[in-house]
Design a binder for this molecule. Structure first.
Ligand SMILES: Nc1nc2c(c(=O)[nH]1)N[C@H]1C(S)=C(S)[C@@H](COP(=O)(O)O)O[C@H]1N2
Ligand SMILES: [Mo]
Length: 433
């Protein structure tokens, strides 16, 4: 395989990252040691060619703006590549750079309204953002669960009744870094803190209305949207979730056409579920009378670890809904000036309303924060605040949120190899001077 082939494939880079982690675990050595051991071998050459962990990710150059061209003048079509995988600018003051994945800086939500602006919305791409021509794009609905196969244009979708839902997209791996920094065991995948989440006003036809254009059968059981990106990311969901009134084919995000990085021209929005259910750049949807599987519900996005058993064909319990979490609108670590102030944050649950957010400076004594009056339902976040007269010193500020289904953030979370659903209580480091 030529070097050029390797560098064109972010998927391979991901796989190599995983492979290094697996080797490190089996040999019980550090990742760095794995690289040293294989240096000078053909495997080592492969690792070097793919710029493994420790090599800083290339800084993308900001592409020229593609909107706002004078009327009638053609606008430039953006391009993406391995070294520049996104279309929108991702400056370091808005995002933590994890290579192809970009994490929202929580302090950038401070002083903002309920939703996350498109410019600040985190990006999670399995490979890179494809740039799709909306004129030739088609959405195919097919499979044993529909009467006939149909191909829909963007126009067809725009003509269906449009629904707006304000919900979050959150990566299943949000919080993953805490498995290592708190639990002492590194999980494979992007080392997110808590910024792999954003809330937007998504608008488009309901998925059930779209499926019905192909004649949805009463016997339909599973629905699997597939993306048009390099890896054709796809993951099935049960018909009950697919036909829920909040599940959309989103064409707009915060009143604008979907940005390329968030799925233009159309993405599925599956509120309350792990982010990967919300397939971007959707090109086809299979509806089946029999259960569907893909690598994203058998190998990844399943829980693998000492506390979990395989559930064939899946290697462990298959993930669906997100859990209850909370975060402060502060930099990590934070520096604050001494004196009286208001500390703010947001808390969320994939299955219910947030009923309570508590905070603590010592992990033993807890006080209640005041919840904001904005939207607060499953798949949404709620804003909260509390006053603090800060004395100079070092603090670990802890949050503990609860929802109306009886879920509370736990003190610890059992390890799983791919680092999903970390929602334990974390200490946010704060220095007051
Ligand atoms: N086609 C496709 N859809 C995708 C992905 C992808 O890589 N390809 N990433 C998924 C994952 S893992 C997440 S967390 C969300 C991220 O959405 P965002 O980039 O709009 O924030 O998109 C999901 N949909
Ligand atoms: Mo994700």
């Amino acid at each position: 395989m030529s070097d050029g082939m390797l560098r064109q494939d972010w998927y391979l880079r991901d796989r190599i990252e995983e492979w290094i982690d697996t080797q490190a675990r089996t040999m019980q050595v550090s990742r760095r040691r794995v690289l040293e051991i294989f240096a000078g071998t053909s495997v080592g050459a492969l690792l070097a060619a793919c710029a493994p962990a420790g090599t800083p990710a290339p800084t993308p150059t900001v592409p020229a703006p593609t909107t706002g061209g004078a009327a009638g003048r053609p606008t430039a079509v953006p391009t993406t590549s391995v070294d520049n995988p996104h279309v929108k600018p991702t400056p370091d003051d808005l995002f933590i750079n994890h290579g192809v994945n970009r994490e929202m800086r929580w302090e950038r939500m401070a002083g903002r309204g309920y939703t996350t602006p498109n410019e600040l919305f985190f990006i999670r791409d399995h490979t890179k953002t494809p740039v799709i021509d909306p004129a030739s794009w088609r959405l195919t609905i097919k499979g044993s669960g529909v009467e006939r196969e149909v191909q829909l244009t963007l126009d067809d979708l725009q003509r269906l009744p449009q629904t707006t839902v304000t919900k979050y997209v959150e990566c299943a791996g949000n919080g993953r870094s805490f498995f290592e920094s708190i639990g002492g065991r590194r999980a494979s995948g992007t080392s997110w803190k808590l910024g792999a989440i954003g809330v937007a006003e998504f608008r488009g036809p309901r998925l059930r209305d779209v499926l019905d254009r192909a004649g949805l059968k009463r016997t339909a059981r599973d629905v699997m949207p597939e993306g048009l990106d390099d890896q054709r990311v796809r993951r099935p969901m049960p018909i009950e979730k697919a036909t829920d009134g909040d599940t959309l084919i989103a064409l707009q995000m915060n009143g604008q056409p979907l940005p390329h990085d968030h799925g233009f021209p159309a993405r599925v929005l599956v509120p309350g579920w792990i982010g990967v259910a919300s397939i971007k750049w959707v090109g086809s949807i299979e509806v089946s009378e029999t259960p569907l599987v893909s690598p994203w519900n058998t190998d990844s996005y399943v829980l693998i670890g000492p506390d979990y058993r395989p559930e064939p064909p899946a290697k462990g319990p298959v993930l669906s809904t997100q859990n209850v979490k909370s975060a402060l609108e502060l930099p990590w670590p934070a520096q604050l000036r001494a004196g009286q102030q208001t500390i703010r944050g947001r808390a969320w649950s994939g299955v219910g309303k947030i009923t309570r957010v508590e905070y603590s400076f010592d992990g033993r004594n807890w006080q209640q924060a005041t919840l904001g009056a904005g939207p607060n339902d499953y798949g949404q976040w709620v804003q909260f605040e509390f006053p603090w007269t800060a004395q100079p010193g070092q603090y670990e500020l802890r949050l503990r949120a609860a929802d109306d289904k009886g879920n509370v953030q736990p003190p610890t979370v059992p390890f799983n190899e791919q680092g999903y659903l970390y929602n334990g209580i974390v200490g946010h480091p704060v220095t007051v001077a």
